[in-house]
Design a protein around this ligand. Structure first.
Ligand SMILES: [Zn+2]
Length: 369
């Protein structure tokens, strides 16, 4: 396993302490109350840190996903799969010394992600038609960056809400040859200055995967990564003005959420739920969802493929819901952007989303000095 480097000093990874007491609470009910109590204080503090200069969202691919995982116990539809659209966000901000920083959230290497055991099995067991309709490429990371004039060398940080399906070897490079993609020499980094920001708990999960976790990870991709290109985090950090990562365990133990302060207020993005209405099921028109939420007294519908820590995931969803603003487009829904968002599909009747965000867009892109 790759040895981790510590966060370099003085590069703007400021620890955030608002949710420290909540995180330390072992009892889920007490933790939920502590999260609700801390949310308002975080919101006003975070908004006062400023805003990034620009945020853009780019489609990467659609993918099939089991309905029973994505909508947990709530949806009535007998359709086995829903369609999700997976997207990446690019965030630019200026440091106090004037230096521009670039973060890419969810830069999925879609080609290598297909080797994840879950997708590999699905491709083997499903005919081509299914694959073409459900798993559609919509763009790739480097082309998207090129389209907005950001050179690969300009990317300072990459991060993912968690490492399900991810293989980052081509982005940050390896220290040793990789038999499957570069047998003779180490994999050269396509994003040569980028560092991977990842919770230490997520990396540690990869050392000894549990059967619940195995279908979703590619552990072989993390054994020889360039060690100076990984920054292990222990909890919540402010990266720049109005740009933060908050630890939100549950979906995975080392899950974290991107939080942004923008012209339309505060946004959060992760895969803890797959649709805005899963944080606001009272406004859902997906058959079954609203009634299920009411009957069981549960205010969120989890993305439940691994259920590594279900009550903690519920609490993380409430955290996300409590710190963001309401949508300016439809105030019934929170400004929570699912990193893989439920998408209407003729193949998945009874699961059409009531409302979709399609992305986070903010500010203007100015040339780097
Ligand atoms: Zn996941």
């Amino acid at each position: 396993m790759t040895t981790l480097s510590e966060p370099p000093a003085g590069i703007g990874l400021t620890p955030i302490t608002h949710f420290a007491a909540a995180s330390a609470e072992a009892q889920p009910g007490a933790q939920l109350a502590a999260i609700r109590e801390a949310a308002a204080g975080f919101r006003s503090w975070f908004a006062a840190t400023g805003r990034p200069e620009w945020v853009g969202t780019f489609d990467l691919q659609t993918l099939p996903y089991p309905t029973r995982f994505g909508l947990f116990r709530a949806a009535l539809s007998p359709t086995p799969f829903v369609t999700l659209t997976h997207r990446m966000q690019v965030i630019r901000w200026r440091e106090p010394d004037g230096r521009v920083r670039t973060l890419v959230f969810e830069p999925t290497d879609t080609e290598l992600a297909r080797r994840t055991p879950y997708f590999a099995r699905l491709q083997e067991s499903t005919p081509d038609v299914f694959e073409r309709l459900f798993a559609r490429p919509l763009g790739d990371v480097l082309s998207h960056l090129r389209s907005i004039g950001i050179a690969p060398e300009e990317v300072d940080w990459i991060t993912f809400d968690h490492l399900h399906t991810q293989d980052v070897r081509r982005w940050i490079g390896t220290g040793e040859p990789a038999p499957d993609i570069s047998p003779r020499a180490p994999v050269p980094p396509l994003l040569p200055n980028a560092k991977l920001l990842v919770q230490r708990a997520e990396l540690e999960s990869l050392r000894a995967l549990h059967p619940l976790q195995l279908p979703w990870y590619q552990p072989h991709a993390y054994t020889d990564l360039r060690r100076d290109a990984i920054v292990a985090l222990d909890g919540d950090v402010l990266l720049g003005p109005g740009v933060a990562l908050l630890a939100t365990p549950g979906h995975t133990i080392g899950n974290h959420t991107l939080v942004l302060s923008t012209d339309t207020g505060i946004w959060a993005s992760s895969e803890n739920v797959i649709a805005a209405e899963c944080l606001n099921p009272e406004a859902s028109r997906i058959p079954g969802v609203q009634r299920w939420s009411r009957n069981w007294g549960q205010e969120v519908v989890l993305n439940a493929n691994t259920i590594e820590d279900t009550a903690r995931q519920y609490n993380s969803c409430v955290l996300e819901k409590s710190i963001v603003d309401r949508s300016r487009v439809d105030a019934r829904f929170a400004q929570f952007m699912p990193s893989s968002e439920l998408t209407r599909s003729p193949l998945a009747p009874g699961t059409s989303p009531t409302f979709v965000h399609r992305g986070i867009f903010h500010g203007a892109l100015t040339p780097r000095r």
